[in-house]
Design a protein around this ligand. Structure first.
Ligand code: DGY
Length: 322
């Protein structure tokens, strides 16, 4: 009998075709979110599951398993929606999709750097609401932002995505400084300056961009005491996870012009982000689209399928979390 696989949300067509060749698969073609309580009941009929960051795979989920489920292949590099501790205890494999989204997330980082520093949110809505014609085109005031070229970008978390963002930022002549648990090799640093202590790095940053996973160590890594170390013209960028930022403290800094701007793709409690962000002209916001390109989502979907294939064919997993 072929192993039974549940695909919790719509994934790329080619990946769905591929997995159906090998396994008995239940797809979710309408992409209906499966509530946590239903998922817990449904999943007990399956040997494997392809999940996304939208699924809540909590300790409660694992406690209700009947022993049939053996692997969860997440479409996403982040897996903070999965209780890894419980997966370990229940000896259920978890895989993710690293590397294939580095470029897409780096592109989003650059997009946010440019949008936040050049006031693109304000400029775009002026045109879209047909209010441009009502503006006084003052040469030194009208939609004047800050240049990006030659500025210093501080990267918090110099992993694969952080390094790709650094590489892209260099196209604008940006200088790179970084804070990471460990200093990288000269090759990986590629000229970037290392700070073991984030507090020493922040005063040097014109821009600071977060690229860490969501863990207890990185929770609120930007908070009042770290944000206050940034220069007044600094811009905060986040494409990692909302939990890395203390919303009250960032909103206070933006409202009271303690920093210049922020560009955010990720939030606490998505999609119900703190509404105060929406009122801020100096905050450019996106709906968690860091990896949202056709090419990248296909590669992520394929990697999840390949992990399932490897597992049931007793081959080494491509990207094992536990
Ligand atoms: C990830 O892969 O974790 C991304 O946030 C999904 O877009």
């Amino acid at each position: 009998m072929r192993p039974k696989i549940l695909v919790s949300r719509k994934i790329s067509d080619l990946a769905e075709e591929k997995i159906q060749k090998e396994f008995e698969v239940t797809l979710n073609p309408k992409d209906e979110p499966i509530p946590e309580s239903d998922l817990i009941k449904i999943v007990n009929d399956y040997d494997g599951m392809i999940s996304t960051g939208f699924d809540k795979i909590t300790e409660n989920f694992f406690n209700n398993l009947n022993g049939k489920l053996k692997i969860i292949a997440q479409v996403g590099v982040g897996y903070d929606n999965i209780s890894i501790k419980s997966a370990k205890e229940k000896k259920i494999k978890v895989t993710n999709t690293p590397n294939v989204l580095n470029e897409a997330v780096a592109e989003t980082t650059i997009l946010l750097i440019l949008a936040a520093s050049r006031r693109i949110g304000e400029a775009y809505s002026l045109v879209k609401t047909d209010n441009w014609k009502n503006q006084k085109p003052d040469l030194t005031k009208f939609m004047i932002g800050n240049s990006v070229t030659g500025k210093t970008l501080g990267i918090i978390g110099m992993g694969r995505i952080g390094r790709m963002a650094a590489k892209s930022a260099k196209a604008f002549g940006m200088k790179i400084v970084y804070h990471n648990r460990n200093k990288l090799s000269d090759y990986q640093e590629d000229g970037a300056k290392y700070f073991s202590d984030i507090k020493s790095m922040l005063p040097e940053c014109d821009f600071v961009s977060i690229h860490t996973p969501a863990t207890s160590e990185t929770k609120h890594i930007l908070n009042a005491s770290t944000i206050n170390l940034l220069p007044k013209h600094a811009v905060v960028i986040n494409t990692s996870r909302g939990s890395t930022i203390n919303d009250d403290d960032l909103i206070d800094a933006l409202e009271n012009k303690k920093i210049y701007a922020a560009g955010l793709d990720v939030f606490n409690n998505e999609p119900n982000l703190d509404k105060r962000y929406l009122k801020l002209d100096n905050c450019f916001v996106l709906p968690h689209i860091g990896s949202a390109t056709h090419e990248t989502r296909l590669a992520m979907s394929m990697m999840a399928v390949d992990n399932i294939y490897c597992f049931f064919n007793k081959k080494p997993l491509i990207s094992e979390v536990v």
